[in-house]
Design a protein around this ligand. Structure first.
Ligand SMILES: O=C(O)c1cc(=O)[nH]c(=O)n1[C@@H]1O[C@H](COP(=O)(O)O)[C@@H](O)[C@H]1O
Length: 284
């Protein structure tokens, strides 16, 4: 982020984008699309984020294309966030961790998006493997979509200390997830490896849910930039004192400039400059 600006370019080969790029909606089209994005931005942005679902649509051949895109980005020296949003009971989570975070796995990038909504503790196998293999996680906390609030803003029941609830509202679910990440990152300098996903579109939700983003001491992946309406003003307003931890993420906002490599590169450069202006200025 210091070297290239705080931008992650999402690799989301939507059917409509493939068509606009003159590519077929099949595994070969996905491979060409992903490799083109890597050619355009590899070594020039902080990270890329291939979205697994678009590749899974095409079964094993689609996954092979995802493997090639991950390998190309890593070869270009660019960090890869594999956006697969996995989350399961611990014993199964261990298998997902092996798939996406183990040295030598063809689907392993540098970080994985994970869902903590089976309980943060269920992510322990992924946390352990990420930390032991030098990788990271981005844990969904306050997501960019409008439906997330019914889970993420909900209040837990305050604990009496005896295991029974007092009936009073306790911390929000989002704040609880952020507190788990903060405790895993406690001793890290400059930032720990357990990041959060906090959408650029959430408005004042960090404040209303009591989620202390600055205390997380980890990177904050901020999707919603560009196509979902998040811009410089939204980034600055959502993240406030935590803004230096933020990795802004844009997929369609950059990808729509394709298929020309130079045009993609220019779109990424502009998005990175905007994110820098919003997030990297000194505290007022
Ligand atoms: O984890 C994510 O990346 C993610 C979390 C979230 O809260 N919202 C969100 O949009 N995303 C992903 O970020 C990307 C957004 O794409 P664009 O809206 O095209 O920039 C998609 O791949 C989403 O799956």
């Amino acid at each position: 982020m210091d070297d290239h600006g705080p931008l992650c370019v999402g690799i989301d080969p939507h059917a409509g984008l493939l068509e606009a790029w003159g590519l077929p909606d099949d595994a070969e089209g996905l491979r060409t699309f992903g490799l083109r994005v890597v050619e355009a931005v590899g070594g020039r942005v902080a990270a890329v984020k291939p979205q697994a679902a678009f590749f899974e649509r095409h079964g094993s051949r689609g996954l092979a294309a995802l493997e090639d895109v991950i390998a190309a980005a890593r070869a270009a020296g660019t960090l890869v966030v594999v956006d697969a949003k996995r989350g399961d009971i611990g014993s199964t989570m261990a298998a997902y961790a092996e798939a996406f975070l183990r040295d030598g796995s063809p689907l392993a990038g540098d970080a994985l998006t994970v869902s903590p909504y089976l309980g943060f503790g269920a992510l322990t196998p992924a946390v352990d493997l990420a930390l032991s293999s030098g990788r990271g996680l981005f844990v969904l906390c306050l997501t960019s979509n409008k439906e997330g609030h019914e889970v993420q803003h909900a209040r837990t029941v305050a604990d009496r200390g005896t295991g029974g609830g007092t009936g009073e509202a306790g911390a929000s679910v989002a704040a609880t997830m952020a507190a788990h990440a903060a405790s895993l990152n406690a001793d890290a300098d400059p930032l720990g490896s357990i990041g959060l996903v906090v959408g650029a579109t959430i408005g004042d939700a960090a404040a209303t849910t009591g989620t202390d983003l600055a205390a997380v001491n980890g990177p904050l992946l901020a999707p919603g930039v560009g196509a979902q309406g998040g811009g410089a003003a939204e980034l600055a307003a959502v993240f406030g004192a935590a803004r230096r931890q933020v990795l802004a993420s844009s997929s369609r906002g950059v990808l729509r400039a394709g298929p020309d490599v130079g045009a993609l590169r220019a779109a990424a450069r502009l998005a990175a400059a905007e994110a820098s202006a919003a997030l990297r200025r000194s505290a007022a």
